[in-house]
Design a protein around this ligand. Structure first.
Ligand SMILES: C[S@@+](CC[C@H](N)C(=O)[O-])C[C@H]1O[C@@H](n2cnc3c(N)ncnc32)[C@H](O)[C@@H]1O
Length: 385
């Protein structure tokens, strides 16, 4: 059985959770959970392949996979045998381990991932998550090159993956997230990785909680999916009509947040007519006005005309989030794209460094295959036949 709801109440009430979460980290490592997770391609986060490989997984690892990785309900005695009675009680006390029907235990809609050395609790994969994790999270993570020492800022942190990685380099990390539930989960994730002394999580709108402070490294994965502005869409993803709404807001506050010599790394997407992408013109002006250099790397593009797979996925997500009919979402999105003359979605990265106000563009974009974030997939070696 799969548990679907409940973590919201639990993490909203969590405060000092350092000790039990450190014990959990030790228990999971001892049982081999990180070894199990590492078998699966980190660029393709999905539950189904993990569930298919449970045969041959010994206890207590199997129970831990079901409970934490797959977010399933497991019998209470099995949970206790896998975690130990004391830790089971502590996690229940924190509200992270909930009691289900028929004497089961579950994580209340959370799943645990092991990503590049970090434990990360997030929502079970599904439409409109509160605490987001996706292939864009990994794409930004793998390119982060923060300065060693100093201070770092994770804007739009969600459950805090970028903040965790920044804390492996920087002395002090601040994560800012507007959703109080996602912010609470980011605090839990900091504890789960033993980084609570180095990561502070602030809940607020973009730069508002850190105004007046400056940072040596800044990472941002802001909402960047395009949708009609009048149509409320997924909270974690809505980037305005062209996808750049939140990116523009981040760019507007960046100069005031960067310490002298500091760098910033962003990931994003924007709608475009493939023949004339719009971003460079705007960015050129931004570089000139701020005196900062930027490298814009356009990785791939995906068809976004009505009927395309991406169009359909965005319409479904928007209709669900707004609780409005699918046909309305479809018509609104089609109108918005037509008004902008857009037929593709470009996936891009932005590196901002001190400099002379110049923009460089690396445009290697070809149609996206499997992921929008990498120009090539995994090659299939000949010897596999
Ligand atoms: C695409 S998710 C990125 C999450 C995480 N940084 C990652 O890379 O996986 C965007 C996050 O930005 C948050 N967000 C949206 N608007 C925001 C704002 N104005 N200020 C701060 N965070 C915001 C959303 O709640 C969501 O958690």
């Amino acid at each position: 059985m799969t548990a679907t709801a409940g973590w919201h109440e639990a993490v909203a009430g969590l405060s000092a959770a350092g000790e039990p979460l450190a014990a959990l980290r030790g228990r999971l490592a001892a049982a081999g959970l990180q070894e199990y997770c590492a078998v699966f391609n980190p660029l393709a986060p999905a539950l189904a392949p993990w569930a298919e490989r449970l045969d041959g997984v010994p206890e207590p690892l199997r129970t831990l996979v079901e409970l934490f990785v797959l977010g399933r309900e497991v019998p209470a005695p099995a949970a206790e045998a896998a975690l130990g009675a004391g830790l089971t009680d502590s996690l229940a006390g924190l509200g992270l381990l909930a009691a289900g029907p028929g004497g089961t235990r579950h994580l209340g809609g959370l799943v645990l991932r092991f990503v590049s050395g970090y434990w990360l609790l997030t929502d079970r994969p599904g439409p409109n998550p509160v605490s987001y994790f996706g292939d864009d999270s990994i794409a930004l993570l793998t390119r982060l090159a923060p300065r060693a020492g100093g201070s770092a800022l994770d804007l739009c942190s969600g459950p805090g993956l970028q903040a965790l990685h920044l804390s492996s380099f920087a002395d002090r990390v601040t994560a800012v997230e507007i959703n109080p539930l996602a912010a609470a989960l980011a605090r839990v994730n900091a504890c789960l990785n033993g980084r609570q002394e180095r990561i502070e999580v602030l809940c607020g709108d973009l730069d508002e909680p850190v105004r007046g402070r400056r940072f040596d490294s800044i990472a941002a994965n802001p909402p960047f999916l395009p949708f009609d502005d009048d149509f409320p869409s997924a909270f974690v993803g809505h980037g305005g009509a062209d996808g750049l709404g939140m990116t523009r807001r981040v760019l507007a506050v960046l100069p005031g947040l960067l310490a002298e010599g500091g760098t910033a790394q962003l990931i994003g997407s924007c709608v475009a007519a493939r023949s004339s992408p719009r971003l460079p013109g705007e960015l050129e002006r931004w570089c000139r006005d701020t005196g900062l250099d930027a490298v814009l790397t356009v990785a791939t593009y995906a068809p976004l005309a009505p009927g395309s797979a991406l169009f359909v996925a965005l319409v479904e997500s928007a209709a669900l989030a707004a609780g409005r009919p699918r046909a309305e979402a479809e018509a609104a999105f089609a109108r918005s794209l037509e008004a902008q003359g857009a037929d593709v979605l470009l996936a891009h990265y932005l590196l901002v460094t001190p400099g002379r106000g110049e923009l460089r563009v690396i445009d290697v974009a070809r149609p996206a295959r499997r992921t929008m974030w990498f120009a090539s997939g995994m090659a299939r070696p000949d010897w596999l036949g």
